[in-house]
Design a protein around this ligand. Structure first.
Ligand code: F0G
Length: 460
Protein backbone atom coordinates (compact mmCIF):
# COMPACT_ATOMS: atom_id res chain seq x y z
CA UNK A 1 0.00 0.00 0.00
CA UNK A 2 1.30 3.43 -0.87
CA UNK A 3 1.85 5.44 2.28
CA UNK A 4 -0.32 8.56 2.52
CA UNK A 5 1.12 12.04 3.00
CA UNK A 6 1.05 13.53 6.49
CA UNK A 7 2.20 16.70 8.19
CA UNK A 8 6.02 17.01 8.21
CA UNK A 9 6.00 18.15 11.86
CA UNK A 10 4.65 17.16 15.26
CA UNK A 11 3.00 19.44 17.83
CA UNK A 12 5.13 20.84 20.66
CA UNK A 13 2.82 23.41 22.20
CA UNK A 14 -0.95 23.69 22.33
CA UNK A 15 -3.50 26.42 22.93
CA UNK A 16 -6.87 25.38 24.40
CA UNK A 17 -10.09 26.18 22.53
CA UNK A 18 -13.57 25.60 23.92
CA UNK A 19 -16.78 24.23 22.47
CA UNK A 20 -19.95 26.09 23.33
CA UNK A 21 -23.70 25.49 23.30
CA UNK A 22 -25.99 26.63 20.54
CA UNK A 23 -27.82 28.81 23.08
CA UNK A 24 -24.57 30.59 24.02
CA UNK A 25 -23.70 31.16 20.38
CA UNK A 26 -27.12 32.58 19.57
CA UNK A 27 -26.72 35.08 22.42
CA UNK A 28 -23.12 35.96 21.51
CA UNK A 29 -23.83 36.64 17.86
CA UNK A 30 -26.86 38.76 18.75
CA UNK A 31 -24.69 40.74 21.22
CA UNK A 32 -22.12 41.09 18.39
CA UNK A 33 -24.92 42.66 16.27
CA UNK A 34 -24.46 39.83 13.78
CA UNK A 35 -20.98 41.04 12.82
CA UNK A 36 -18.43 38.22 13.24
CA UNK A 37 -15.60 40.75 13.69
CA UNK A 38 -17.30 41.78 16.96
CA UNK A 39 -17.02 38.30 18.49
CA UNK A 40 -14.38 37.64 21.11
CA UNK A 41 -11.95 34.97 19.92
CA UNK A 42 -12.78 32.79 22.95
CA UNK A 43 -16.38 32.60 21.74
CA UNK A 44 -15.13 30.92 18.55
CA UNK A 45 -14.31 27.21 18.44
CA UNK A 46 -12.70 27.05 14.99
CA UNK A 47 -11.54 30.38 13.65
CA UNK A 48 -11.42 30.51 9.85
CA UNK A 49 -11.81 34.29 9.61
CA UNK A 50 -8.38 34.62 8.00
CA UNK A 51 -5.12 32.83 7.26
CA UNK A 52 -3.30 36.12 7.87
CA UNK A 53 -1.03 36.36 10.90
CA UNK A 54 -2.65 33.24 12.34
CA UNK A 55 0.07 30.67 11.52
CA UNK A 56 1.75 28.54 14.18
CA UNK A 57 5.47 29.34 14.30
CA UNK A 58 8.05 26.57 14.54
CA UNK A 59 10.51 25.90 17.36
CA UNK A 60 13.24 27.26 15.04
CA UNK A 61 11.29 30.50 14.57
CA UNK A 62 10.73 30.92 18.33
CA UNK A 63 14.42 30.23 18.82
CA UNK A 64 15.28 32.91 16.25
CA UNK A 65 13.03 35.36 18.15
CA UNK A 66 15.38 35.15 21.15
CA UNK A 67 18.33 36.10 18.94
CA UNK A 68 16.72 39.27 17.54
CA UNK A 69 18.99 42.31 17.31
CA UNK A 70 16.98 45.38 18.34
CA UNK A 71 19.49 48.00 17.15
CA UNK A 72 17.84 50.99 15.47
CA UNK A 73 20.20 50.94 12.49
CA UNK A 74 22.17 48.13 10.89
CA UNK A 75 20.77 45.30 13.05
CA UNK A 76 22.10 41.83 12.26
CA UNK A 77 18.44 40.70 12.01
CA UNK A 78 18.02 43.09 9.07
CA UNK A 79 20.99 41.57 7.24
CA UNK A 80 19.74 38.07 7.95
CA UNK A 81 16.36 38.99 6.45
CA UNK A 82 17.97 40.72 3.47
CA UNK A 83 19.91 37.54 2.67
CA UNK A 84 16.80 35.36 2.99
CA UNK A 85 14.74 37.66 0.75
CA UNK A 86 17.40 37.83 -1.91
CA UNK A 87 17.87 34.05 -1.86
CA UNK A 88 14.14 33.24 -2.05
CA UNK A 89 12.91 36.06 -4.35
CA UNK A 90 16.03 37.20 -6.20
CA UNK A 91 15.34 40.87 -5.37
CA UNK A 92 18.62 42.59 -4.43
CA UNK A 93 16.95 45.55 -2.67
CA UNK A 94 14.21 45.49 -0.04
CA UNK A 95 12.44 47.61 2.57
CA UNK A 96 10.84 46.08 5.67
CA UNK A 97 7.28 47.18 6.56
CA UNK A 98 4.97 46.18 9.40
CA UNK A 99 2.53 44.32 7.12
CA UNK A 100 1.34 43.99 3.50
CA UNK A 101 -0.86 47.08 3.27
CA UNK A 102 2.02 49.15 4.64
CA UNK A 103 4.17 47.87 1.78
CA UNK A 104 1.40 48.99 -0.60
CA UNK A 105 1.19 52.39 1.07
CA UNK A 106 4.94 53.00 0.74
CA UNK A 107 5.34 51.69 -2.82
CA UNK A 108 2.21 53.39 -4.17
CA UNK A 109 3.18 56.68 -2.53
CA UNK A 110 6.28 56.56 -4.71
CA UNK A 111 4.62 55.35 -7.93
CA UNK A 112 0.84 55.93 -8.17
CA UNK A 113 -0.63 59.36 -9.10
CA UNK A 114 -4.12 60.79 -9.50
CA UNK A 115 -5.76 59.66 -12.76
CA UNK A 116 -3.51 56.59 -13.17
CA UNK A 117 -4.77 53.12 -14.09
CA UNK A 118 -3.36 50.07 -12.31
CA UNK A 119 -4.36 46.87 -14.14
CA UNK A 120 -3.92 43.38 -12.73
CA UNK A 121 -5.81 40.24 -11.73
CA UNK A 122 -8.53 40.90 -9.09
CA UNK A 123 -6.77 43.24 -6.64
CA UNK A 124 -7.07 42.52 -2.93
CA UNK A 125 -9.19 45.11 -1.03
CA UNK A 126 -6.28 46.92 0.63
CA UNK A 127 -4.45 47.05 -2.72
CA UNK A 128 -7.52 48.51 -4.38
CA UNK A 129 -8.06 50.82 -1.39
CA UNK A 130 -4.53 52.22 -1.64
CA UNK A 131 -4.97 52.76 -5.39
CA UNK A 132 -8.39 54.44 -5.06
CA UNK A 133 -7.21 56.54 -2.11
CA UNK A 134 -4.74 58.13 -4.58
CA UNK A 135 -7.63 58.78 -7.02
CA UNK A 136 -6.31 56.19 -9.43
CA UNK A 137 -8.30 53.21 -10.79
CA UNK A 138 -7.62 49.50 -10.26
CA UNK A 139 -8.64 47.66 -13.44
CA UNK A 140 -9.50 43.98 -12.99
CA UNK A 141 -8.23 41.95 -15.96
CA UNK A 142 -8.79 38.45 -14.49
CA UNK A 143 -9.90 35.75 -16.95
CA UNK A 144 -13.72 35.30 -17.05
CA UNK A 145 -13.37 31.62 -16.08
CA UNK A 146 -12.49 32.77 -12.54
CA UNK A 147 -16.10 33.74 -11.86
CA UNK A 148 -17.65 30.45 -13.00
CA UNK A 149 -17.24 28.56 -9.74
CA UNK A 150 -17.97 25.07 -10.99
CA UNK A 151 -15.61 25.32 -13.97
CA UNK A 152 -12.44 23.28 -13.62
CA UNK A 153 -9.51 25.44 -14.76
CA UNK A 154 -6.02 24.96 -13.27
CA UNK A 155 -5.11 28.67 -13.17
CA UNK A 156 -8.20 30.73 -12.44
CA UNK A 157 -6.00 33.56 -11.15
CA UNK A 158 -4.60 34.24 -14.65
CA UNK A 159 -4.68 37.63 -16.31
CA UNK A 160 -6.68 37.88 -19.53
CA UNK A 161 -3.99 39.18 -21.90
CA UNK A 162 -6.51 40.75 -24.29
CA UNK A 163 -8.11 42.71 -21.43
CA UNK A 164 -4.68 43.82 -20.24
CA UNK A 165 -3.57 44.83 -23.73
CA UNK A 166 -6.71 46.94 -24.12
CA UNK A 167 -5.92 48.87 -20.91
CA UNK A 168 -2.28 49.33 -21.93
CA UNK A 169 -3.23 50.47 -25.45
CA UNK A 170 -5.84 52.93 -24.26
CA UNK A 171 -3.54 55.09 -22.19
CA UNK A 172 -0.03 56.48 -22.40
CA UNK A 173 2.51 54.37 -20.47
CA UNK A 174 3.13 57.34 -18.17
CA UNK A 175 -0.42 56.97 -16.82
CA UNK A 176 0.07 53.29 -15.98
CA UNK A 177 2.66 53.14 -13.22
CA UNK A 178 2.60 49.33 -12.90
CA UNK A 179 0.77 46.10 -13.51
CA UNK A 180 0.05 44.20 -10.27
CA UNK A 181 -0.21 40.42 -10.27
CA UNK A 182 -1.49 38.85 -7.07
CA UNK A 183 -0.28 35.27 -6.50
CA UNK A 184 -2.32 33.36 -5.56
CA UNK A 185 -5.33 35.57 -6.35
CA UNK A 186 -7.17 35.86 -3.04
CA UNK A 187 -10.18 37.72 -4.45
CA UNK A 188 -10.77 35.04 -7.10
CA UNK A 189 -10.75 32.33 -4.42
CA UNK A 190 -7.06 31.70 -3.69
CA UNK A 191 -6.59 30.71 -7.33
CA UNK A 192 -3.10 30.43 -8.85
CA UNK A 193 -1.46 32.21 -11.78
CA UNK A 194 0.54 30.06 -14.22
CA UNK A 195 4.19 30.67 -15.03
CA UNK A 196 3.24 30.98 -18.69
CA UNK A 197 0.81 33.78 -17.79
CA UNK A 198 3.34 35.60 -15.57
CA UNK A 199 5.85 35.45 -18.40
CA UNK A 200 3.35 36.72 -20.98
CA UNK A 201 2.16 39.59 -18.74
CA UNK A 202 5.77 40.62 -18.19
CA UNK A 203 6.54 40.54 -21.91
CA UNK A 204 3.47 42.65 -22.69
CA UNK A 205 4.09 45.22 -19.93
CA UNK A 206 7.82 45.42 -20.69
CA UNK A 207 7.11 46.16 -24.35
CA UNK A 208 5.53 49.41 -23.11
CA UNK A 209 8.17 50.03 -20.45
CA UNK A 210 5.70 49.38 -17.60
CA UNK A 211 6.99 47.55 -14.50
CA UNK A 212 5.27 44.43 -13.15
CA UNK A 213 4.84 44.22 -9.38
CA UNK A 214 3.92 40.90 -7.77
CA UNK A 215 1.72 40.92 -4.67
CA UNK A 216 3.47 37.88 -3.23
CA UNK A 217 1.44 37.26 -0.04
CA UNK A 218 0.84 33.64 -1.11
CA UNK A 219 3.72 33.17 -3.58
CA UNK A 220 4.79 29.76 -2.20
CA UNK A 221 1.28 28.33 -2.52
CA UNK A 222 1.27 29.63 -6.11
CA UNK A 223 4.61 27.90 -6.73
CA UNK A 224 3.14 24.64 -5.38
CA UNK A 225 0.29 24.83 -7.90
CA UNK A 226 2.75 25.51 -10.74
CA UNK A 227 4.80 22.50 -9.69
CA UNK A 228 1.77 20.20 -9.47
CA UNK A 229 -0.24 21.54 -12.44
CA UNK A 230 2.01 23.15 -15.07
CA UNK A 231 3.95 21.08 -17.57
CA UNK A 232 7.70 21.32 -17.28
CA UNK A 233 7.77 22.28 -13.58
CA UNK A 234 7.12 18.89 -11.96
CA UNK A 235 10.83 18.28 -11.27
CA UNK A 236 11.71 21.81 -10.12
CA UNK A 237 11.86 22.75 -6.46
CA UNK A 238 9.45 25.30 -4.96
CA UNK A 239 12.37 27.72 -4.55
CA UNK A 240 13.44 27.37 -8.18
CA UNK A 241 9.87 28.03 -9.24
CA UNK A 242 9.53 31.04 -6.90
CA UNK A 243 12.75 32.54 -8.28
CA UNK A 244 11.47 32.17 -11.82
CA UNK A 245 8.08 33.70 -10.87
CA UNK A 246 9.78 36.78 -9.41
CA UNK A 247 12.11 37.03 -12.40
CA UNK A 248 9.04 38.23 -14.34
CA UNK A 249 8.62 41.26 -12.07
CA UNK A 250 10.46 44.48 -11.27
CA UNK A 251 9.32 44.43 -7.67
CA UNK A 252 7.01 42.86 -5.09
CA UNK A 253 4.91 43.72 -2.09
CA UNK A 254 4.63 41.11 0.62
CA UNK A 255 2.32 40.45 3.51
CA UNK A 256 4.59 38.09 5.44
CA UNK A 257 1.59 37.14 7.59
CA UNK A 258 0.61 34.53 5.02
CA UNK A 259 3.19 32.34 3.27
CA UNK A 260 6.15 33.47 5.39
CA UNK A 261 4.56 31.89 8.48
CA UNK A 262 4.83 34.85 10.86
CA UNK A 263 2.23 36.70 12.91
CA UNK A 264 3.28 40.17 11.75
CA UNK A 265 5.51 41.69 9.07
CA UNK A 266 5.85 42.66 5.45
CA UNK A 267 8.32 43.97 2.91
CA UNK A 268 8.85 45.44 -0.54
CA UNK A 269 11.36 43.90 -2.94
CA UNK A 270 12.98 45.87 -5.79
CA UNK A 271 15.09 44.98 -8.79
CA UNK A 272 16.29 48.54 -9.41
CA UNK A 273 18.12 50.77 -7.01
CA UNK A 274 16.28 53.76 -8.45
CA UNK A 275 12.82 52.45 -7.48
CA UNK A 276 14.18 51.42 -4.08
CA UNK A 277 15.51 54.96 -3.50
CA UNK A 278 12.19 56.53 -4.51
CA UNK A 279 10.32 54.41 -1.97
CA UNK A 280 12.89 54.84 0.81
CA UNK A 281 11.75 58.32 1.87
CA UNK A 282 8.17 57.13 2.27
CA UNK A 283 9.32 54.09 4.21
CA UNK A 284 11.15 56.33 6.68
CA UNK A 285 8.11 58.61 7.00
CA UNK A 286 5.45 55.91 7.40
CA UNK A 287 7.19 52.81 8.72
CA UNK A 288 10.61 53.50 10.23
CA UNK A 289 14.27 53.56 9.33
CA UNK A 290 15.17 51.36 6.36
CA UNK A 291 16.82 48.61 8.42
CA UNK A 292 13.70 47.88 10.50
CA UNK A 293 10.71 49.66 8.85
CA UNK A 294 8.04 48.87 11.45
CA UNK A 295 9.39 45.48 12.53
CA UNK A 296 11.18 44.45 15.70
CA UNK A 297 14.55 42.75 15.12
CA UNK A 298 13.15 39.54 16.59
CA UNK A 299 10.26 39.57 14.10
CA UNK A 300 12.70 40.02 11.20
CA UNK A 301 14.56 36.94 12.48
CA UNK A 302 11.37 34.86 12.64
CA UNK A 303 10.46 36.04 9.13
CA UNK A 304 13.86 35.10 7.67
CA UNK A 305 13.40 31.59 9.07
CA UNK A 306 9.72 31.46 7.96
CA UNK A 307 10.61 32.23 4.34
CA UNK A 308 12.67 29.03 4.21
CA UNK A 309 10.11 26.87 6.04
CA UNK A 310 7.25 28.23 3.93
CA UNK A 311 8.95 27.17 0.70
CA UNK A 312 9.47 23.50 1.68
CA UNK A 313 7.47 21.19 -0.58
CA UNK A 314 6.39 18.75 2.17
CA UNK A 315 4.98 21.55 4.29
CA UNK A 316 3.14 23.09 1.32
CA UNK A 317 1.74 19.73 0.29
CA UNK A 318 0.24 19.06 3.73
CA UNK A 319 -1.05 22.64 4.01
CA UNK A 320 -2.72 22.80 0.61
CA UNK A 321 -4.06 19.25 0.80
CA UNK A 322 -5.69 20.06 4.13
CA UNK A 323 -7.58 22.94 2.50
CA UNK A 324 -8.42 20.67 -0.43
CA UNK A 325 -9.61 17.93 1.95
CA UNK A 326 -12.16 20.27 3.53
CA UNK A 327 -13.20 21.66 0.14
CA UNK A 328 -13.69 18.20 -1.37
CA UNK A 329 -15.72 17.04 1.63
CA UNK A 330 -18.05 20.01 1.21
CA UNK A 331 -18.24 19.46 -2.53
CA UNK A 332 -19.19 15.80 -2.02
CA UNK A 333 -22.17 17.02 0.04
CA UNK A 334 -23.31 19.16 -2.93
CA UNK A 335 -22.20 22.37 -1.28
CA UNK A 336 -21.30 24.80 -4.10
CA UNK A 337 -17.60 25.66 -3.69
CA UNK A 338 -15.15 27.53 -5.93
CA UNK A 339 -13.42 24.73 -7.84
CA UNK A 340 -10.62 23.73 -8.00
CA UNK A 341 -10.19 24.45 -4.28
CA UNK A 342 -7.91 27.44 -3.65
CA UNK A 343 -4.60 27.43 -1.81
CA UNK A 344 -5.56 29.07 1.47
CA UNK A 345 -9.31 28.84 1.73
CA UNK A 346 -12.55 27.22 0.67
CA UNK A 347 -15.00 29.67 -0.93
CA UNK A 348 -18.71 28.79 -0.78
CA UNK A 349 -21.32 30.26 -3.11
CA UNK A 350 -23.98 31.59 -0.72
CA UNK A 351 -26.59 32.40 -3.39
CA UNK A 352 -26.66 28.77 -4.52
CA UNK A 353 -26.65 27.44 -0.97
CA UNK A 354 -29.36 29.75 0.45
CA UNK A 355 -31.64 30.34 -2.55
CA UNK A 356 -34.46 31.91 -0.49
CA UNK A 357 -32.44 34.76 1.02
CA UNK A 358 -32.53 37.88 -1.20
CA UNK A 359 -29.14 39.36 -2.16
CA UNK A 360 -30.09 42.70 -0.73
CA UNK A 361 -30.42 41.01 2.66
CA UNK A 362 -26.73 40.00 2.55
CA UNK A 363 -26.87 36.30 1.79
CA UNK A 364 -23.16 35.52 2.34
CA UNK A 365 -23.29 37.19 5.76
CA UNK A 366 -26.46 35.23 6.54
CA UNK A 367 -24.58 32.02 5.77
CA UNK A 368 -21.61 33.12 7.91
CA UNK A 369 -23.89 33.80 10.90
CA UNK A 370 -25.70 30.47 10.46
CA UNK A 371 -22.39 28.58 10.37
CA UNK A 372 -21.32 30.26 13.59
CA UNK A 373 -24.61 29.34 15.26
CA UNK A 374 -24.34 25.78 13.93
CA UNK A 375 -20.82 25.01 15.10
CA UNK A 376 -18.98 28.02 16.58
CA UNK A 377 -17.05 28.34 13.30
CA UNK A 378 -16.09 31.82 12.15
CA UNK A 379 -15.73 32.49 8.40
CA UNK A 380 -15.67 35.75 6.47
CA UNK A 381 -18.23 37.33 4.17
CA UNK A 382 -16.77 38.18 0.76
CA UNK A 383 -19.91 39.70 -0.72
CA UNK A 384 -22.00 42.85 -0.79
CA UNK A 385 -21.11 44.00 2.71
CA UNK A 386 -17.41 43.85 1.87
CA UNK A 387 -17.91 45.32 -1.61
CA UNK A 388 -19.31 48.45 0.06
CA UNK A 389 -21.36 51.24 -1.52
CA UNK A 390 -20.69 52.85 -4.89
CA UNK A 391 -18.74 56.03 -4.08
CA UNK A 392 -20.99 58.11 -6.37
CA UNK A 393 -24.52 56.68 -6.09
CA UNK A 394 -24.07 55.38 -2.50
CA UNK A 395 -26.05 52.29 -3.53
CA UNK A 396 -24.88 48.82 -2.48
CA UNK A 397 -22.35 47.38 -4.97
CA UNK A 398 -23.19 43.76 -5.81
CA UNK A 399 -20.00 41.85 -6.65
CA UNK A 400 -19.67 38.94 -9.12
CA UNK A 401 -20.32 36.40 -6.38
CA UNK A 402 -21.59 36.26 -2.79
CA UNK A 403 -19.03 34.09 -1.05
CA UNK A 404 -18.37 32.74 2.41
CA UNK A 405 -14.61 32.25 2.84
CA UNK A 406 -13.25 29.62 5.19
CA UNK A 407 -9.55 30.52 5.41
CA UNK A 408 -7.39 27.86 7.00
CA UNK A 409 -4.57 29.07 9.28
CA UNK A 410 -1.23 27.37 8.57
CA UNK A 411 -0.04 24.52 10.83
CA UNK A 412 -2.85 25.24 13.32
CA UNK A 413 -5.80 22.85 12.91
CA UNK A 414 -5.94 19.08 12.49
CA UNK A 415 -7.92 16.82 10.19
CA UNK A 416 -10.42 16.31 13.04
CA UNK A 417 -11.11 20.04 13.01
CA UNK A 418 -11.77 19.85 9.26
CA UNK A 419 -14.18 16.94 9.84
CA UNK A 420 -15.94 18.99 12.50
CA UNK A 421 -16.41 21.87 10.04
CA UNK A 422 -17.75 19.46 7.42
CA UNK A 423 -20.23 18.00 9.94
CA UNK A 424 -21.48 21.46 10.89
CA UNK A 425 -22.02 22.16 7.20
CA UNK A 426 -23.94 18.94 6.79
CA UNK A 427 -26.37 20.05 9.52
CA UNK A 428 -26.64 23.51 8.04
CA UNK A 429 -27.26 22.07 4.58
CA UNK A 430 -30.11 19.93 5.90
CA UNK A 431 -31.97 23.01 7.17
CA UNK A 432 -31.03 25.40 4.36
CA UNK A 433 -34.57 25.77 3.04
CA UNK A 434 -35.79 27.04 6.41
CA UNK A 435 -33.44 30.04 6.16
CA UNK A 436 -35.51 32.64 4.34
CA UNK A 437 -34.52 36.08 5.53
CA UNK A 438 -31.24 37.90 6.07
CA UNK A 439 -30.31 41.22 7.66
CA UNK A 440 -30.53 44.96 7.28
CA UNK A 441 -27.78 47.39 8.20
CA UNK A 442 -28.47 49.26 11.44
CA UNK A 443 -25.19 51.22 11.39
CA UNK A 444 -22.21 51.43 9.04
CA UNK A 445 -19.00 53.46 8.60
CA UNK A 446 -18.58 55.51 5.39
CA UNK A 447 -15.82 53.18 4.03
CA UNK A 448 -14.54 49.67 4.86
CA UNK A 449 -17.94 49.15 6.48
CA UNK A 450 -17.81 45.37 6.92
CA UNK A 451 -15.32 45.53 9.79
CA UNK A 452 -17.49 47.57 12.14
CA UNK A 453 -21.10 47.53 10.96
CA UNK A 454 -24.11 46.51 13.06
CA UNK A 455 -26.88 44.38 11.58
CA UNK A 456 -30.52 43.78 12.45
CA UNK A 457 -32.09 40.39 11.81
CA UNK A 458 -35.12 40.49 9.52
CA UNK A 459 -38.09 38.45 10.72
CA UNK A 460 -39.69 35.87 8.41
N1 F0G B 1 -2.46 41.29 -0.50
C1 F0G B 1 -3.20 40.16 -0.37
C2 F0G B 1 -3.35 39.25 -1.55
C3 F0G B 1 -3.84 39.88 0.84
O1 F0G B 1 -4.59 38.78 0.95
C4 F0G B 1 -3.67 40.77 1.94
C5 F0G B 1 -4.31 40.51 3.23
C6 F0G B 1 -2.88 41.91 1.76
C7 F0G B 1 -2.29 42.14 0.53
C8 F0G B 1 -2.67 42.91 2.86
O2 F0G B 1 -1.77 42.41 3.79
O3 F0G B 1 -3.09 42.18 5.91
O4 F0G B 1 -0.59 42.15 5.90
O5 F0G B 1 -1.81 44.25 5.48
N2 F0G B 1 -5.22 39.63 3.38
C9 F0G B 1 -5.84 39.24 4.63
C10 F0G B 1 -6.95 38.27 4.35
C11 F0G B 1 -6.22 40.34 5.56
O6 F0G B 1 -7.69 37.93 5.31
O7 F0G B 1 -7.10 37.81 3.22
P1 F0G B 1 -1.82 42.77 5.36
Amino acid sequence: MELPFAEPYKIKMIEPIRRSSRQERERWIQDARYNLFNLRSDQVYIDLLTDSGTSAMSAAQWGAIMLGDESYAGASSYFKLKEAISEITGFPFFLPTHQGRAAENVLFSALVKEGDRVPGNAHFDTTKGHIEFRKAIAVDCTIDEAWDIGLNHPFKGNVDLAKLKKVLDERPAGKIPMVIITVTCNTAGGQPVSMENLKAVHALASSKGIPVIIDGARFAENAYFIKTREKGYEHKTIREIALEMFSYAEGMTMSSKKDALVNIGGFIGFRSEEMFRKATTFNIMFEGFITYGGMAGRDMNALAQGLFEGTEFDYLESRIRQVEYLGNRLKSMNIPVQYPIGGHAVFIDAIKLLPHVPRKEYVAQTLAVELFIEGGIRGAEIGTLMADRDPVTREDRFPNLELLRLAIPRRVYTQNHMDYVAAAFENLYARRNTIKRGYRIAWEAPIMRHFTLSLEKLQP
